[in-house]
Design a protein around this ligand. Structure first.
Ligand code: ADP
Length: 545
């Protein structure tokens, strides 16, 4: 599976799980919220229905109920619609609020303000023959109350509160007969309804179930005067929270998912792009295009990988260049002595030059030089690749300096150069004595080689802080300032012709520097042309504890 696909799938899984979890959580919370709201709504319905019913009972009419309903709607933050059984609207708070009435959803709640006679067989038994009179009284009083209260309401006055009496019929709490006009109207009603009441009640005498016939008769008679039953609707389609949830939520989840998929694909593409270019670049590198580099952006891991790749490519290119230069150098170095040898051999063969002791001596020297170059090259290659074996021991650098002086004394004397040593010991160091002797030997040989007879070479060793200093100072020809940076480069010689004559390979200082570096040391040179040079090497002092 490709990296890009893997990133895509992984991110997608995370996105889908996160979206799903969020959706599930919001659904759950919303469902809880809805359940809570519905409970509240049910409670509201009962409260509102009871308030509206009480209004009709007290006022004996539905007239003027809209003000009360408007207040109720505002208090409960509900839309309220009251409709009679024939579908005629009594009040709708939508209409009151000057908006089009929205369609209703909930099943209606019936509000019946008409009293039902609360009469049971036991009570009827107790009343005996007077039960008809009792029912007639209840009918009369109810009618008077309802007409009187309705009249007061129509006249803009507040009727007295009512509460049910022993037979469940609303009974005014106060004297109801204070408005003469309304009292008269109640009396009038009584006059033309009284006979019908009597007929209905007495009609029950022959009934098989006297009590339920009386209840029925009461209900029928009351219907004519009492406010009609109404249906109560609450809420409207567009504020029902359940409808808010279904499709819109699914749509938004879908949209989030689509966005997640697109986003994930883009992320995967973006992440895979540097890797693809790295792959292409490493293929080009493997095919030998060592100048291949990739674009590096950002400080993240991929950016770091690109930088590492570029460093690796640069190192490869550098090492190849170095290798090529080394080969060219080696070829160049070996060509001169080889040509010399070849020339002499051909001349000998052709009889142009007579064989002589000196000639063979010279040929021998050329071959020796070639061998030295090859030996030094081997040392250098080993040293630079970190494969030169060091046998490290603790020893005194002062002793090494003295030994170096003794070893080169004969050559110095032969060259007419004064060789002296000054060592302030002890200078304990930890390293390979033979290799460090080789370093010192190289420096002393050079110093003697580039110092004319009558000159002097001084070897010094002394401590400086936590380091041991080793100096080789000569009063020789010196090195030009512009040449100083190249002194430690392989095959570099200030004067190639002359130096080769002296038997130098041009590798001595390069090897010496590598050995010093391998001993955690430093080496540098200062020189004044015509006055002499000073090579200074430092090593860490090794103090035993
Ligand atoms: P070689 O074996 O040819 O001497 P080195 O690496 O030892 O090679 O030295 C490189 C070159 O540095 C020499 O050819 C010479 O030109 C210059 N050099 C080194 N030491 C001295 C010195 N003490 N005085 C002047 N020139 C020096």
């Amino acid at each position: 599976m490709s990296f890009r696909l893997r990133v895509f799938l992984l991110t997608l899984v995370v996105a889908v799980v996160a979206t799903g979890a969020t959706a599930w959580l919001s659904l759950r919370l919303t469902a809880q919220e809805i359940a809570h709201t519905q409970q509240e709504a049910t409670r509201h319905v009962a409260d509102i229905a009871e308030t509206v019913r009480s209004y009709a009972r007290r006022h004996g009419t539905w007239a003027g109920v809209s003000d009360r309903v408007a207040l109720l709607a505002a208090d409960n933050k509900q839309r309220i619609r009251l409709v009679n059984l024939y579908g005629q609207v009594t009040v709708d708070t939508d209409t009151l609020a000057n908006r089009a009435a929205r369609p209703v959803v909930s099943p209606p709640t019936l509000i019946n303000p008409r009293p039902a006679l609360a009469l049971d067989a036991a009570t009827a038994e107790r009343a005996g023959g007077k039960i008809d009179v009792v029912v007639l009284d209840e009918l009369t009083r109810y009618r008077r109350t309802v007409v009187y209260s309705g009249c007061l309401t129509e006249n803009g006055r507040e009727p007295p509160p009512v509460s049910p009496d022993a037979y469940g019929v609303p009974f005014p709490a106060l004297n109801t007969e204070q408005d003469p006009d309304c009292a008269r109207r109640a009396d009038d009603t009584q006059q033309y309804a009284g006979d019908a009441d009597l007929a209905a009640v007495t009609g029950c005498r022959a009934a098989s179930n006297h009590v339920s016939c009386l209840i029925q008769a009461f209900g029928d008679r009351v219907d004519t005067f009492a406010p009609e039953p109404l249906q109560l609707f609450l809420g409207a389609v567009d504020d029902d929270p359940v409808t808010l949830l279904g499709r819109p939520l699914a749509a938004s989840i879908g949209a989030v998912l689509v966005l997640a998929v697109i986003g994930t694909a883009l992320v995967a593409r973006h992440m895979a792009r540097p890797l693809r270019s790295l792959t292409a670049a490493s293929r080009r590198l493997a095919a030998g295009h060592l100048d291949t580099r990739v674009r590096t952006t950002g400080r993240d891991e991929v950016g770091e990988l690109s930088r590492s790749f570029n460093r690796m490519a640069a190192a490869l290119e550098g090492s190849e260049t170095a290798q090529r230069r080394l080969l060219a150098g080696v070829a160049h170095e070996l060509r001169t002595p080889m040509s010399n040898v070849l020339g002499y051999l051909e001349a000998l063969q052709d009889g142009v030059v007579p064989p002589s002791r000196e000639l063979f001596g010279s040929l021998h020297e050329e071959v020796l030089l070639q061998r030295r170059i090859l030996d030094d090259l081997q040392d250098l290659t080993l040293a630079e690749s970190g494969h030169l074996a060091y046998r490290r021991t603790d020893f005194d650098l002062a002793d090494l300096v003295e030994a170096g002086r003794v070893a080169h004394l004969a050559v110095a004397e032969a060259g007419g150069v004064r060789l002296t040593a000054e060592a302030t010991g002890p200078l304990p160091v930890h390293g390979d004595q033979d290799r460090l002797r080789q370093v010192l030997g190289n420096l002393v040989t050079n110093a003697l080689r580039y110092t004319d007879p009558g000159g002097a070479v001084l070897l010094r060793a002394f401590p400086a802080g936590d380091r041991a200093i080793l100096e080789v100072r000569d009063t020789g020809c010196g090195i030009a300032a512009e040449d100083l940076p190249f002194v430690f480069q392989r095959f570099w010689r200030a004067d190639p012709a002359r130096d080769r004559e002296t038997g130098g390979s041009g590798l001595g200082l390069t090897i010496a520097r590598q050995i010093v570096l391998d001993h955690a040391g430093t080496v540098d040179v200062t020189s004044t042309p015509g006055r002499g040079s000073t090579f200074r090497v430092t090593f860490p002092l090794h103090v035993d504890v």
